[in-house]
Ligand binder design. Sequence first.
Ligand code: ADP
Length: 605
Amino acid sequence: MQEVKKPKKPLIYYYVIVLLVLLLFNFLAMPWLMQRQVQQVDYGTFLEMAEKQELGQVEVQQQENQIVFTNKDNTQIYKTGMMPDPDLTQRLADSGATFSGEIIEQMSPLLSFLLTWVLPIAIFIGIGQYMSKKLMQRAGGANSMAFGMGKSNAKVYVKSSEGIKFSDVAGEDEAKENLAEIVDYLHNPGKYKEVGASMPKGILLVGPPGTGKTMLAKAVAGEANVPFFSMSGSEFVEMFVGMGAAKVRDLFKQAKEKAPCIVFIDEIDAIGKKREGQLGGNDEREQTLNQLLTEMDGFEENSGVILLAATNRPESLDPALTRPGRFDCRVPVELPDLKGREEILKVHARKIKVSPEVDFSKIARMASGASGAELANIINEAALRAVRGGRKAVTQADLEESIEVVIAGYQKKNAILTDQEKKIVAYHEIGHALVAALQSHSAPVQKITIVPRTSGALGYTMQVEEGEHYLMSKEEIENKVATLTGGRAAEEVVFGSVTTGASNDIEQATKLSRAMITRYGMSEEFDMVAMETVSNQYLGGDASLACSAQTQALIDKQVVALVKREHEKARKLLTDHRQKLDELAKYLYEKETITGEEFMSILNA
Ligand code: ADP
């Protein structure tokens, strides 16, 4: 869709222009105008005219070393350079010229008057008129809109045939289905009016960042072929109280003029947060929210204005905003599943050249948990890699490497590990892989590498599930915890000491174990009691404990016990398979990167 930019220029802009024009005029045009009338002649001509008594006024400009003079009837001005001429005064006296020393008017008096008086006054009157007109207009619209504040500044997209369509948004079939009805309504409102059905006024798209919420909103406008107003919630909030509310008014005024149309407010939580008690309130935000609520009540159903909003934090929205009659329709836009990821990859791969052997389903499996934006990024990264490698099309290897770049960062070119460090990292990674492979409910190992990455990882083991997984059993989670502890366990078994390399593993293992006990009801003592509630599920999922201090202490004990148990299990597995551990670690140490097949063939040899 094409964005239409309105020529909005602040008044200061006009001031500067006028000032520049005046300056230019004074510096360039005036001297030129004056110059034009003066005719440069040689000293001989001056002498000749003096002799023939044809001089009118004469002015000797000692400093400029020149003589300016006119003819008898003052119609032409002449200028000549001075010569050492002792008889000059006598000559002038004889010629009958007036030489008073007064400056000769080098311009016609009328022109001079026009330029120095009438023109500037006219310009200033013009500016005054223009400004008062502008201010009057604004005062009519909203009371506090001086100098461009209080205008909505919404980006307006007009209908265009090559806008984003539903087909550009891959996956998200449920969301598209929900929104298709809106499109149908915008195409054919009569059908709905006839039955008396009314569309929801506001639709809230909720989901994690980068899942295509903005894209879906644009696609609705593209499919319906109506104008699309886009604005971010944070753009409403200004330094001055009342300004945001004025912007809301302006936005709705514009939208009503253009109806049927779609108004999209991104990150609506910036203005729509719950209003809280008196203390520490944010007046500006609350006024803006109140105005939004009023406007939403103000426009009738079926007026043709559809409001779409997106947020990652639906739980923080004010209940007044989500009640029926306002944003009552909620469309979840979740992270894509395996099929969705494959489709998104394919949609984005249309824009680049891909060699035919590429297996998108494998890439989609490798990129589990990635959002649409990340997948788009992976494709672009792969294309860049292909160009860097001088290839004409993107290969499977490009795509696989770019997943790692997106997950773990670029390979560090000059990170030099000592031999001992490299050995430890090799054992650490093989420890993870071996523990995973020796347990029954673990995802197969896809790749192991000990090339340091810019994210700080010194190596990693990539496990890829065969298909999509929606449920995890208790055993699977336990095995996962064991796998996470496998790296540290290998260090202990082989070197008898531990390093800092396991910090990330420790964090993840703890998080998983804690969730098992507090949220998934997988412990004997607490049974199916929720000890934690997740406060923002789409942004990392911070959890807050909801239990007594004693219970907290008990939970902590259980978490420790669980991790310890799994750690012990991993240590035992590795001790029992010490020979394989050494063999694999040596192989990885030499090759630096090995595939899952290589790993399995050595393990099964
Ligand atoms: P959000 O608003 O949910 O944070 P966006 O709609 O801005 O996410 O998406 C960011 C980018 O990610 C899009 O420009 C697009 O390239 C890509 N993207 C996300 N989801 C999808 C999808 N379902 N299909 C195709 N591309 C997607």
